[in-house]
Design a protein around this ligand. Sequence first.
Ligand code: GCW
Length: 686
Amino acid sequence: TIETGLDGWLRYAPHPAETSNSYRAISNIIVLNKSKTSPVYTAGKEVQDGLRRILGQKIEISGELSGTPSSSVIIGTVEAFSSTCGKIPEIPELKEDGFWLNTHAENDCVHILGENERGAIYGAFEYLMRLAQGNLNHVKSASNPSAPIRWVNQWDNLDGSIERGYAGPSIFFRNGEVVTDMTRVAQFARLLSSIRLNAVVVNNVNANPKLFSKTNLDGLRRIADTMRPWGVRIGISLYFDSPKKFGGLPTSDPLDPAVNDWWKDITAKVYEKVPDLVGYTIKANSEGQPGPLSYNRTLADGANMFARALKPYGDGVVMYRAFVYNHHLDESVWTNDRANAAVDYFKELDDQFEDNVIVQIKWGPIDFQVREPPSPLLANLRKTKGAIEFQVAQEYLGQQSHYVYMAPLWREILDYDMRIDDKPSVIRDIVSGERLNWSRSGYTAVLNIGSDSTWIGHHLSMSNLYAYGRLAWNPLASSVSIIQDWARLTFGLNETIIDTITKISMESWPTYEKYSGNLGIQTLCDIIYTHYGPSPGSQDGNGWGQWTRANAHSIGMDRTVATGSGNAGQYPPEIAAIYENIETTPDDLLLWFHHVPYTHRLKSGKTVIQHFYDEHYEGAAHAQTFPIEWAKLEGLIDDHRFKQTAFKLQYQAGHALVWRDSVNNFYFGKSKIPDGKNRVGNHIWR
Ligand code: GCW
C-alpha cells in the first residue's frame, strides 16, 4: 500500500508480533453513549480500529455496562460511568475537555473517562497513540488542557482557493459553495481531535458574505455535522459590511439598530443549522477590510454588536482580531511604526468589551516573522480576555517548500516573561487565563491544509500541526519530545528515523533564520506579493510597515522611546528597559529595536554586516546537510513519502543558496563593505 500521508500521525502501524503478543487481549469495548453521532461512540470505533491495526486484535463494541466487565475498554464521561458504577475516588476534579486514563483498572479494564465527551475521545487517542509508539506501560493519570480555546483558522475562500495555502484547493469550498463530499472533512476532524483541538473556523478572515446564502448555510450544517462526532466544533469568519453588501441595508454602522437586528437575524439562521457554533472571528479595519472605524465607531462597538447577537446561544464567542493597522504608512516619518498598532488601538478599549469578546493577538507585533519579540498587546490587556494567534502555515517560513519546525519558536514566545506589574507573567500563563484571571482564553492558529494528500504540502510540516495541538494543551511540552512522538507515529519506531527527523527538525528554525533574516530584521522575503523567496529590497519604500530602513550606512528600526517609534515603551517597565538600551537588547532582536551602522559591533565582536555574511553562508551550508541526513532513511520508511520529502529538502537546499547570495549581494551593494572572508560578490561576478 502507498502511504499517502492522509492518516498523518494516526497511521497505527502494526507492531512486530513479539510486542503485540505481550499486550493483554482486550475482550470488548464498552461505549457509554451508543449514539452514532457522539464522540464517545466515535472513540469506541477508533479504539476498535486502532487495536486491530496496531496489535491485530479484533474486538467488538458493545453499549452495555452490565455485570462485571473484565479486560474491557470502557469509554464515556466520568458522569456516565459513576452513575452506573459509582464514583471512582481517585479521579481528581477534571477541567472542561480533560480526561482520566487508567490502562490497568480493576479486572484488567481500561478506563477512558472524560469530563465531557470530547475528553473521552481525547483519552481514547492518548491510549492509542501510546500503544502506537510501542509504549505498553500502564498509565493511570488525569490530563487537563491549559486553556479552553484551542482552535485553528483556515483561510479558505468560497471559490476553493486558500489564502496562503500551499497544498491544493480547500476541502470545504469549491465554486462558491460548500462541497458535498465530506470525506476529507471527517479525516481532518479526526486529526484535529487526536491533538485535542476543539474548533475550526472554516473560512478566510478576509470573509465573503455569500457564506450566508441558503445553500452555504446548509453546507455549514454539513460540515458541523461531520465534525461533531469527533468533538470538533466550527466557527465562521464574518465580513463586516455584510448588512450593506449582502443584506441590502444602506449601512453597516454597528450602532444602527437595523444593522444589529440584521446580525441577530443572521445569527439565528446560523444557529438553526449549527446549534453548537463556537462563534465568530472578525478581521475588521485591517488590510482594506471595512470595520467599525469606517463608520467612526470604536472597535469595541463593532465587537460588541456581534457579541450581543451571539449571547442568546450559549457559549459562542467573538474572536476579534487585533491585527488592525494602517497599510499605507508613510516611511519618511521616522516614528511611524506598524508594530505599535495593536496596543495603540486596543489598550484604551480594555474595559469596553462584552464578556464574550476575546481579542485574538498574533504572537508578534508584525506578522509571523522568522523572529519577533512577543506582541506587547499580550501585556496590555487586563479586563479584556485574549487569545494568542500562531501560524502553522509557514507563510514567512518557507511556505512548506522549506521545512521549519516551529515548536521551538512557539515555546520561546510562550516561555517569555512579560513582567506585568513587575511580577512573573509568563505568556503561557497569560494565555491560559491564570495570570489575569480571564474566564475564557487560549490559542488559535492559522492553518492551511488543502486537498493535497500530504494535507499541508510537505510531509515534515505536518509536525507543526501536531506540535501546535500538543502545546495548546500543554505549553510546557518539550519541542524535542513532541517531534520524537510525532516521528514515531508518522514514520516508525526505528531509532535512525527518530534521530534523523529530530535532528533536522531541531536545526530547521535556526538554519532558516540564518539564511532568511538575522538579528531581528525579519524574514527578508518578497513583501508585496507572495511573501516567498529573497527580496530584501521589497521591505522598504512601501506602506506595509515591515521596514528595515536599510540605507548605505545603517540598518534597523529605531523602536526606542528616546529617539524612535516608542514601541519598546509599550512593554511593561522591566522589559521596556531592556529593549530601550542597545547594550541589553539581545543580538537576535538588535535590528528590531535599534537602527545601527553596518559596522556596529555585536556582543560576539563581529560587525553587523560581517554577521549577515557569515550567517548566510553558515545557514545555506547547513541546509545542504538536510537532504544528506534524510537519505539515511531510504528503505527505513516507505518509498513514496521518502522520495517526496527528499525532493523537498533538496529544493530547500538549493533555494537556501539563492537566499544566501541574494541577501548578501544586496547588502554588499548597499554598504559596499567587503566580506572579511572574501566570498560575497566574488564567486558570482568573476
Ligand atoms: O500575514 C498576512 C497575510 C494575509 C492575511 C493577513 C491576516 C488573511 O499575508 O494574507 O490575510 O496576514 O492575518 O489577516
